[in-house]
Design a binder for this molecule. Structure first.
Ligand code: UDP
Length: 326
């Protein structure tokens, strides 16, 4: 049995690859365009006879068809992600996120190959009806705000996946990832946890955007990939849209304090207006928290969102910390 992971050398993809390798006897084919994915993430896996890593851009339909034809199950995680990247390179983000997913699903439909489609809590937009349930209304801003292009691209991916399920009986699961964090995530594209940890360890100011009262629910990547694998091995999950996250919201101010504690840092907290960070045409969801009932009903558990464990694991992988503890 061969498992194909697109975005296989990315943050979540590489953790998923390790999980599948540990839990199954399957062969793994990891493909990535190495734009935001890093070969270093899978360096430890390339010696495994069961693992193949190839460069592939999901916008290339022919290459996708070839890779999917050999696979028995596909985890489609390749995407342009991160608020900064999506805002700075909207065209590339849209192409990768819309065409890429179409290519994967169309190819999978040829043989009826099951597909996990990675969607995002961004699809809920700026809805204030927390916690967000999968069938809730979505509240999106205007098309002149690039961020909502990402939300819409991911929503199109969902429509496409569900349409393939309805018309072709394609076994698909749509997972809406909430803020997933953990080792190997980089702050380059604006993600808050690696950014704060880097700032704290360097003694730089912690840049809290806005007044910091906005909330997020963080999930350890190790839990996220267990959820994803459990969903794809649960027949009852097919055809469903499922929130993948934990119901444990924390304010960004509190997150900053917890990062300072765990890193034992003297950095000060600096509140930066959103307009300074992103310009005038920026909007973001205020509070974001998943309703995890469907996840629990489907696979029998949901991650606990233990922020102390998450931060401890993120800090432990940093070179600075290794030097301190060596
Ligand atoms: N954030 C912040 N400082 C940073 C990066 C992010 O205060 O340097 C905030 C951001 O405005 C949001 C939260 O942290 O409220 C999570 O941001 P991230 O980009 O990680 O994920 P999002 O939930 O926005 O997709």
């Amino acid at each position: 049995m061969e498992v194909l992971v697109t975005g296989g050398s990315g943050f979540i993809g590489s953790h998923l690859a390790e999980h599948v390798l540990a839990e199954t006897e399957h062969d793994l084919h990891l493909v990535d365009d190495f734009s935001t994915g890093d070969r270093g993430n899978v360096a430890g896996l390339t010696d495994e006879a069961r693992v193949t890593v190839d460069e592939l851009d999901v916008r290339n339909a022919a290459a996708v068809r070839e890779a999917v034809a050999d696979a028995d199950v596909v985890y489609h995680l390749a995407a342009a992600v991160g608020v900064e990247l999506v805002v700075d390179e909207p065209l590339r983000s849209l192409r990768t996120n819309v065409q890429g997913t179409e290519n994967v699903l169309d190819a999978a439909a040829e043989d009826g190959t099951p597909v996990f489609v990675a969607s995002s809590s961004e699809v809920y937009g700026k809805s204030t009806a927390v916690p967000f349930g999968e069938d809730d209304d979505r509240v999106l801003g205007p098309t002149t705000v690039p961020r909502w292009g990402y939300a819409n691209a991911k929503a199109m991916d969902e429509f496409y996946a569900l349409a393939h399920h309805a018309e072709n009986d394609l076994p698909v699961v749509v997972g809406r990832f909430f803020n997933t964090v953990g080792p190997r995530q980089i702050g380059d594209y604006g993600m808050v946890v690696p950014t704060f940890v880097e700032q704290a360890l360097a003694g730089d100011p912690i840049t809290v955007y806005g007044d910091g009262t906005q909330t997020r629910s963080f999930t350890h990547v190790a839990d996220t990939v267990r959820v994803v694998h459990d969903l794809m091995t649960t027949p009852d999950a097919m055809g469903k849209v499922v929130n993948v996250g934990s119901a444990n919201p924390v304010s960004i101010n509190e997150l900053a304090e917890r990062v300072l504690d765990v890193t034992d840092s003297d950095s000060r907290i600096e509140h930066v207006p959103f307009e300074t960070a992103f310009g005038d045409d920026f909007e973001e969801p205020r509070d974001r928290e998943p309703d995890v009932s469907r996840l629990r009903e489907t696979i029998g558990w949901a991650p606990d969102g233990d922020l102390d464990r998450i931060l401890a694991d993120v800090v432990a992988e940093r070179p600075e910390e290794t030097e301190v503890s060596a």
